[in-house]
Ligand binder design. Structure first.
Ligand SMILES: [Zn+2]
Ligand SMILES: [Zn+2]
Length: 387
């Protein structure tokens, strides 16, 4: 679109590689947040630090427009080793930017620098740099710390890199993008007894077998077949392999539940509990049930999506995808989407190098995506805040 972005690419590429070499885990992004804050300030952007722990918000106003929007980048890395050899490989054992958040941070800095120069819009844009996206609840902390009270947003946008799409491709799709991600825990309590005398106790292990066999009937028989849902038992704890003549008192089962709509999410919560209580009643056991709501689904709002689509078409032309399968992973950007009409887009990261996908020890953000990503954010602001 504009030359200044092309001129800034060497700087942004060096920044991306520096962030990659210095990954920081959730709520520990001190160095990253410091760099972000300094670069925003140098660009003449008002900076608010320490929101949600290490979160940073930059605010840029231009013209007389009253509309305000938020753009989100996540800054955290993962607690895992980097195995690929590259000049900017992680300097820290057991920490790695394996989800490309080094790229997300760079793109938003690039857009902030470009927009601070051009001021080719009328309104307010908040550049939201979020800590701790990877399971630690950074988005929720920012919301609880008053993100949307302090920085009103009439719409909010998120972006994630996506291997398999080319760097000059972007997917902008209305509706569900990422699933809700919740945990559940069931405890079946019986009465322990000698393994040879089951009639003198109440066996929770046999009951657990019935419960686990019935669990998949929730997705198979209860949820609308046209609505995606996942229920998985991922942990079963009972007894002791060294005491094979003992029927234990209790069995603890835990797992995950995923859905793309609030209705199905509610349904999963209710049905897993019903099966747990029903199984307990069947075998004269006690049951305790806990459903822990972690992250809601990310669902793109029609109005925000059409605005993002307009910007994407300006930058990517006919390389915009309007159909793309949602992911069963989660992103806590969903908490921002509960506060304002939201759209979350997938920016191409090129082919998966050596098969490395997100959270793989060889994953890397593709620097060829920096230009397209910065142009998308910049164009989105110009269109969204056209005055
Ligand atoms: Zn991730
Ligand atoms: Zn990610």
């Amino acid at each position: 679109m504009s030359e200044p972005i092309a001129d800034d690419l060497p700087f942004l590429t060096a920044l991306r590689r520096d962030l990659h070499a210095h990954p920081e885990l959730g709520f520990e992004e001190e160095r990253t947040a410091g760099i972000v804050a300094r670069l925003l300030e140098e660009a003449g952007i008002a900076v608010h630090r320490g929101l949600g722990g290490t979160g940073v918000v930059g605010t840029l106003r231009a013209g007389s427009g009253t509309r305000a929007i938020g753009l989100r980048a996540d800054m955290d890395a993962l607690a895992m080793p980097e195995t690929a050899d590259r000049p900017y490989k992680s300097k820290f054992a057991g920490r790695m930017h394996a989800c490309g958040h080094d790229g997300h941070t760079t793109l938003l800095i690039g857009a902030a620098r470009a927009l601070a120069k051009s001021r080719n819009f009328s309104g307010t844009v908040h550049f939201i740099f979020q800590p701790a996206e990877e399971g630690l609840g950074g988005a929720r902390r920012m919301v609880e710390d008053g993100l949307f009270r302090l920085f009103r947003c009439d719409a909010v946008y998120g972006l994630h890199n996506m291997p398999g799409l080319d760097p000059d491709e972007i997917a902008v799709v209305e509706g569900p993008q990422l699933a809700s991600s919740d945990s559940w825990h069931v405890t079946l309590r019986g009465m322990g007894t000698h393994g040879a005398k089951p009639h003198l106790g109440r066996d929770p292990i046999t009951a657990a077998g019935t419960f686990l066999a019935a669990l998949q009937t929730i997705v198979g028989r209860v949820v609308d077949p046209l609505q995606p849902a996942v229920v998985s038992a991922c942990s079963v704890q009972a007894g002791n392999p060294k005491a094979l003549n003992v029927i234990p008192d209790m069995v603890e089962i835990g797992g995950t539940a995923r859905a793309y709509s609030p209705q199905v999410r509610d349904q999963l919560e209710e049905e897993i509990g019903r099966l747990a209580q029903g199984t307990a009643a069947m075998f004269a056991l006690g049951a305790e049930y806990r459903f822990q709501r972690r992250i809601p689904p990310v669902v793109n709002h029609p109005d925000a999506t059409s605005r993002a689509l307009g910007a994407a078409r300006d930058v990517f032309g006919d390389k915009v995808r309007t159909a793309f399968p949602p992911s069963t992973a989660g992103d806590d950007f969903a908490f921002f989407g509960q506060q304002a009409p939201a759209c979350y887009v997938w920016l191409g990261n090129g082919p998966a190098v050596d098969g490395a996908l997100h959270h793989n020890t060889a994953y890397d953000f593709n620097d060829a995506s920096i230009g397209p990503g910065v142009r998308f954010w910049t164009r989105l602001v110009e269109r969204e805040l056209a005055g």
